[in-house]
Write a protein of this length. Structure first.
Length: 189
């Protein structure tokens, strides 16, 4: 379920005065341009007022209130912020709004619901594949991208698809089993 964007602008500005290194107030920093940016997220059209250079992750977790997509490294290194852009898993922390265009975005909230979970979500529960859970939304998205392009992956293919996703709890083996279980469930359905 998408919450409609509030009017709050995302402009990344530091405010009218910026403290200098010695703590005095320096000159005002230039204020980036904001404008209405249209996005298609989890099947709904939304519009946010933002600097087009803003990373998608800031808008998801900010005005759109979609907190399932995590902030980890902020540098396209950990996979915690993965979303589907079309059928590809991409790092939302490294995806400026201007580059999204009309492509459909799917966050973990758009994969399934508590009443109708995605096969991957059911399989992760069945395999108890989460520990702290922080990395899991990004891993579900990477796995969903894999199953869209390859519905019957081998274990090696699952491991390769999750290679960009870090899990500091070390739950990778259970997650790989869960992805294989979801693929089998899908094939049997
Ligand atoms: S927060 Fe985006 S890849 Fe780590
Ligand atoms: S389950 Fe804790 S970081 Fe992956």
């Amino acid at each position: 379920m998408i919450r409609r964007p509030e009017t709050q602008a995302i402009d990344g500005s530091a405010g009218p005065e910026t403290p200098t290194a010695d703590g005095r107030q320096g000159p005002a920093s230039p204020r980036p341009e904001t404008r209405a940016v249209r996005l298609r997220i989890n099947g709904a059209a939304v519009s946010v007022e933002a600097d087009p250079a803003t990373p998608l992750l800031s808008v998801l977790r900010g005005p759109l209130g979609l907190m399932g997509t995590r902030f980890g490294c902020g540098a396209n290194q950990c996979g915690a912020c993965h979303v589907l852009l079309g059928d590809r898993a991409v790092a939302a922390c490294d995806l400026p709004l201007w580059s999204v265009g009309d492509e459909a975005i799917t966050t973990v909230e758009g994969l399934g619901t508590p009443e109708r979970p995605h096969p991957l979500q059911s399989a992760f529960v069945a395999e108890q594949a989460m520990q702290c859970g922080y990395c899991v939304s990004g891993i579900l998205i990477s796995a969903a991208a894999l199953l869209r392009r390859n519905p019957r992956p081998t274990e090696a293919e699952v491991r390769a698809a999750l290679d960009r996703n870090l899990c500091r709890c070390g739950a990778h083996n259970r997650m790989v089993r869960a992805v294989l279980r979801a693929a089998q469930a899908d094939a049997a359905a």
